[in-house]
Write a protein that binds this ligand. Structure first.
Ligand code: ADP
Ligand code: MG
Length: 514
């Protein structure tokens, strides 16, 4: 029996078996992972030796061992075609006179289709009880017919935790070395890589390791960026949580000095979270304001500033119905995030799902859940929510104590527009000493940061086309004739401002822009 740290999933299954429940329904698409877990649990059960695993599927029938142990088990044809019929395998289990864990893949279908199968399963409950015989149904969907639901212990397999991922990396490292490759076995390194993989399924993690091997010399500390990149691609596929890999330096955000100063202080507190009182540890920030003024940019900067990975929750996806009921999808996303600590979690345009017609229904429940979750979540998650239309949000959301602070990002004032111009010009290699920026300010009143960036791009494009350097005049020319959105949206902007002045802290010091 190995005495390594037990994973959450293994502990759960072991406890169910030890409590004597013979029928377990595991909802998970990761059959291989379940097989490994069951093998490990079987070792812990020791009755008197470890309890062996049997695997069944409709195509392969019943065989001893897990699927990937196929080569090592005697591959006799007889063993491979036994009991392809669902009733037959249940009969086999009933008659089997020794301890065993029987892994039945995709057995939800026979359960649904056949009353005889359901009847036989209920018999098995009695037959297996206290006999060290366990029947484990796995399926990617949770679909247990009502009449047998109470016979089953039902388990939703969460993504693997750090302990399980570390174990996984150890065995990957062994295999890599066995194949003649290079792999670091250092516990600390593997643990750190395991943290990098958190949030992925084991199948995805395996894929990430393959990719890291393809681009690097082996598995080790230097594999982290490749694993992270794979994670970005994979989390994207989940559709709701997206890993954001591009990092933004806080110096790339022009202006917003109040907000930056606040972040500087919070960073310190957040980094000391293990030793501080829970109510001092920063929980998160709500940044609201006029579109195009740097809210998203700031959140990206927070993650690199805090030196943490950034995950973005897409509220539009949540409410799209593509991931099941919005409430369920949202709750699941929040739970998954807990396994990704430490991290910055970004709820982008959090008001997106809100329509005025349903504030009491599903949306109300989602926001109520969100606020409770904010209070109870892992301290290692820093929440950054952004909103354009904060007036749509429920009042509880803005109330003090939910978020540590609510910031309002306004149109940039003179100093800030100057700073934004500098950011975008110097990023594109323009020599600032040759440009008189103060001259441009009067042409760009009421502009957003995004509009300033567009102006720089358009002036640069013209300059490149004519093979000239960008000049003050060419910038002014690009600015002239552009009508800022804020002019067309004057009413809305005044509305947002008036609303925000009473309820939020200004992200920038100094006077209001006009
Ligand atoms: N304060 C700013 N400093 C530098 N660039 C900015 C600023 N505000 C906006 N931008 C530019 O405009 C783009 C869009 O801004 P974004 O942060 O997405 O706005 P929003 O507030 O709508 O989330 C940014 O990627 C950046 O290039
Ligand atoms: Mg945005």
């Amino acid at each position: 029996m190995d005495n390594s740290l037990q994973s959450r999933a293994e502990t759960t299954l072991l406890e169910i078996f030890q409590s004597g429940r013979p029928l377990v329904y595991v909802r998970s698409a990761e059959e291989r992972r379940v097989a490994n877990l069951l093998t490990a649990v079987g070792r812990h059960l020791s009755a008197p030796d470890s309890v062996p695993l049997w695997t069944w599927s409709i195509t392969e029938g019943l065989r001893a061992g897990a699927d990937d142990a196929r080569e090592s088990v005697d591959g006799s044809a007889a063993g491979q075609t036994r009991a392809t019929d669902p009733l037959e395998v249940l009969d086999f289990i009933a008659a089997h006179d020794a301890p065993g864990i029987f892994h039945l893949k995709d057995f939800h279908e026979p359960l649904r289709e056949s009353a005889r199968v359901r009847r036989r399963v209920r018999d098995l409950y009695q037959i297996c009880f206290d006999r060290q015989k366990f029947v484990v149904v796995t399926s990617a969907v949770r679909e247990v017919p009502e009449e047998i639901e109470r016979n089953f212990a039902i388990v939703d397999l969460l993504p693997p935790d750090v302990a399980e991922l570390t174990e996984f990396l150890k065995s990957e490292a062994d295999q890599i070395v066995a194949r003649g490759g290079k792999a670091d076995h250092d516990e600390k390194v593997l643990h750190r890589l395991a943290r990098t993989l958190q949030g992925l399924t084991l199948d995805e993690a395996r894929h990430a390791v393959r990719r890291a091997l393809a681009v690097g010399a082996g598995l080790g500390a230097e594999s982290a960026p490749a694993l992270l990149e794979e994670k970005r691609i994979l989390t994207k596929r989940s559709g709701v949580i997206e890993y954001i890999a591009d990092s933004t330096d806080i110096g790339e955000v022009g202006g917003l000095e109040n907000l930056k100063k606040w972040l500087l202080e919070r960073r310190q507190l957040f980094q000391r979270r293990e030793t501080l009182d829970a109510d001092i540890v920063p929980k998160g920030v709500l940044v609201m304001g006029i579109p195009g003024c740097g809210k998203s940019l700031t959140v990206k900067a927070i993650s690199s500033y805090f030196e943490l990975p950034l995950y973005r929750i897409d509220m539009i996806e949540i409410f799209s119905g593509r991931h099941g009921q919005p409430e369920g999808a949202f709750v699941e996303a929040c739970r998954t995030l807990e396994s990704l600590t430490p991290a910055v979690v970004w709820f982008d345009e959090i008001e997106m799902g809100i329509t005025s017609t349903d504030s009491a229904g599903e949306q109300g429940r989602i926001f109520a859940f969100f606020l409770t979750w904010m209070q109870e979540k892992e301290p290692g998650l820093f929440v950054a929510a952004t909103a354009n239309r904060i007036d749509l949000l429920p009042a509880e959301m803005i109330r003090k104590g939910r978020f540590d602070e609510v910031f309002f990002v306004d149109l940039p004032n003179d100093d800030e527009r100057l700073a934004v111009f500098k950011v975008h010009l110097s990023r594109r290699g323009v020599d600032l000493s040759k440009i008189n920026l103060s001259q441009i300010l009067e042409f760009t009143r009421g502009w957003t940061g995004a509009e300033i960036e567009q102006c720089v791009i358009s002036a640069l494009t013209t300059a490149r086309l004519t093979n000239q350097e960008i000049t003050t005049d060419s910038l002014v020319a690009a600015a002239l004739g552009k009508v800022p959105l804020s002019l067309a949206m004057k009413e809305q902007i005044n509305h947002i401002r008036q609303w925000a002045y009473q309820r939020a802290v200004r992200a920038s010091p100094g006077a209001v822009a006009h």
